[in-house]
Write a protein that binds this ligand. Structure first.
Ligand code: ARG
Ligand code: ZN
Length: 457
């Protein structure tokens, strides 16, 4: 009530008092509270949509961007942060159409609007920025973010690369829809998530417009740029959009056609494919070395094998639609995607799931492998360690043997359905498994998820 009166008075007295109004309210937290990446994400607001207009020249390596965010304040806000590396220069920020003051420090863009943002109210932010983006090096030594290639960018952002090319609330608990409007010089192509909804060429430059209508975590966004062969076709029930580096075109024959059988198979197990289109980006980037399940359209540094394709497509359900709450829950992505590889190879007659399990279970009890518990690999340097993938997948297989096939697949379907487009953690998975199976599974999950050491069978 007091606050309301102050605001009303200030509105009449106008400009000189507005800074005082902005101080009424609290600053949003500079991080989302994830122990692995404390500065990632921000508190005090929830982003609903990103409209990113980007102009990139692979020759000069310059990016000019306008990021338009719509968000909702989750507290009364005197100021708030966005994540963006300060090697990109912010030129202006407006909030609700009015110039806001801002400063950049490390990976934070701190925005102070002219007037306080009330809790529960929607607001819009426009950030104009430019510079020469580049990647970051992750705690495990791998590259992520705006990874330059000879003709563009291999844009993979897990776990923290999003801040290298656009400002936002970059923790995975704040999902949003996206529109990308990207202009590049011909014959370079810009590929992003979602559906290609526009393509306009003018004076040697082409603007590609991509719409991602389902909620997406920042680490799954991509704007990949290169001299790709772009193909956008209907195959079976799917809109399949692929972009292939011409240097890899030979091995990529039939790439689009490989998607529907896999997606149909996974849909039969996990429930309907959660997105409006699919496909993939194959971009030669030998120094990167990893693929990423970028939403709707995974990114591959080479033509994917059947198991890699299955892995990244399974992530569309596990990781992209159902997303962890904290980075330490990463096995919910990688263990599930690895288990899905096993399922697909079994279905194809290459190798049974049981054989895959036995191979993964083979390391001796004193092997280093068994020292990392599945549910928390111990820090960001271990995010993508083997146990996250293989022990995660083994955990699911042990669960399956314990509860039986029908119940096990009912659990996976319920997981994909109940948490569709949301976030969930390991405790939620345990609770759901116990609810669906009607069993007490603490001992199994404790041995496989939380204790170091080789669980006995
Ligand atoms: N999620 C990716 C996959 O399973 C791996 C991402 C690795 N990222 C990294 N910065 N090393 O395929
Ligand atoms: Zn994965």
């Amino acid at each position: 009530m007091k606050r309301l009166l102050a605001l009303t008075a200030a509105a009449f007295i106008s400009l000189p008092l507005t800074p005082a109004v902005a101080q009424d309210g609290r600053p949003g937290a500079p991080g989302a509270g994830d122990p692995y990446f404390p500065d990632q994400g921000n508190g005090g607001y929830d982003t609903g949509h990103y409209d990113l207009t980007l102009d990139y020249d692979p020759n000069s390596k310059r990016l000019a961007g306008v990021a338009r965010l719509t968000a909702r304040a989750t507290q009364s806000l005197s100021r708030f942060n966005l994540d963006l590396v300060s090697t990109l220069a912010v030129r202006s920020v407006t909030v609700n159409g009015t110039d806001a003051s801002f400063r950049q420090r490390d990976t934070e863009l701190v925005v102070t609007p002219r007037s306080r943002l009330s809790a529960g109210r929607g607001f819009s932010v426009v950030v104009r920025y430019d510079g020469r983006p580049t990647h970051v090096v992750d705690p495990d030594g791998s590259m992520d973010g705006w990874i330059r290639t000879s003709d563009g960018v291999y844009n993979a952002n897990e776990p923290q690369g999003a801040m290298t090319w656009y400002p936002g609330n970059h923790h995975m608990t704040d999902k949003a829809t996206y529109r990308f409007t990207v202009t590049v010089p011909d014959p370079v192509v810009a590929v992003a998530n979602g559906d290609l909804v526009g393509k306009v060429s003018k004076r040697g430059r082409t603007t590609y417009v991509w719409d991602a209508r389902e909620p997406m975590a920042s680490y799954l966004a991509t704007v990949s740029i290169g001299k790709f062969h772009l193909s956008d076709t209907k195959v079976g029930n799917f809109r399949v959009t692929t972009a292939v580096d011409p240097q890899l075109a030979d091995g990529a024959t039939g790439f689009a056609e490989r998607h529907p059988p896999l997606l149909d198979y996974f849909a039969s197990l996990f429930g309907p494919y959660p997105f409006s289109s699919t496909g993939g980006i194959i971009d030669q980037a030998p120094e990167v070395g990893y693929a990423l399940e970028t939403q709707t359209r995974p990114l591959y540094p080479r033509v994917p094998s059947e198991s890699l394709l299955a892995h990244e497509l399974a992530h569309q359900w596990f990781g992209n639609s159902v997303t962890p709450t904290l980075w330490r829950d990463i096995w919910l992505n990688e263990g599930f995607a690895t288990y899905s590889e096993w399922l697909w190879l079994d279905q194809k007659g290459t190798r049974t799931v049981q054989e895959a399990f036995e191979a993964a279970y083979a390391p001796a009890a004193d092997d280093e492998f068994w020292q990392t518990p599945t549910a928390d690999p111990g820090g960001p340097a271990n995010l993508f360690h083997d146990p996250v993938y293989d022990r995660g997948a083994m955990t699911l297989h042990v669960l399956r043997r314990e509860v039986g096939d029908a119940t096990f697949f009912a659990i996976l379907r319920a997981w994909a359905t109940d948490y569709k487009y949301g976030n969930a953690d390991t405790a939620a998975f345990i609770a759901l498994s116990e609810r669906v199976s009607g069993r007490q599974l603490d001992a199994l999950f404790d041995a496989w998820l939380f204790q170091p050491g080789k669980p006995s069978l």
